[in-house]
Design a protein around this ligand. Structure first.
Ligand code: ZN
Length: 56
């Protein structure tokens, strides 16, 4: 999956018209898979959580 910045809506903080990056599919209980996009501050937070996960 290519990871190119586009302008759009962040699925975490709901900022609109910001640069966003695809961070992976999200699983809905009822509607299957959807692509999820985060803005840069949210990606930084996500990366911190991933680091914490791998250290746990
Ligand atoms: Zn965001």
């Amino acid at each position: 999956m290519e990871r190119e910045w586009t302008t759009g809506w962040c699925w975490r903080c709901e900022a609109s018209d910001v640069p966003v990056l695809w961070v992976g599919p999200v699983q809905s209980l009822e509607y299957g898979e959807a692509p999820i996009y985060f803005c840069l501050p949210c990606i930084r937070r996500l990366e911190a959580l991933i680091v914490a996960h791998h250290r746990a």
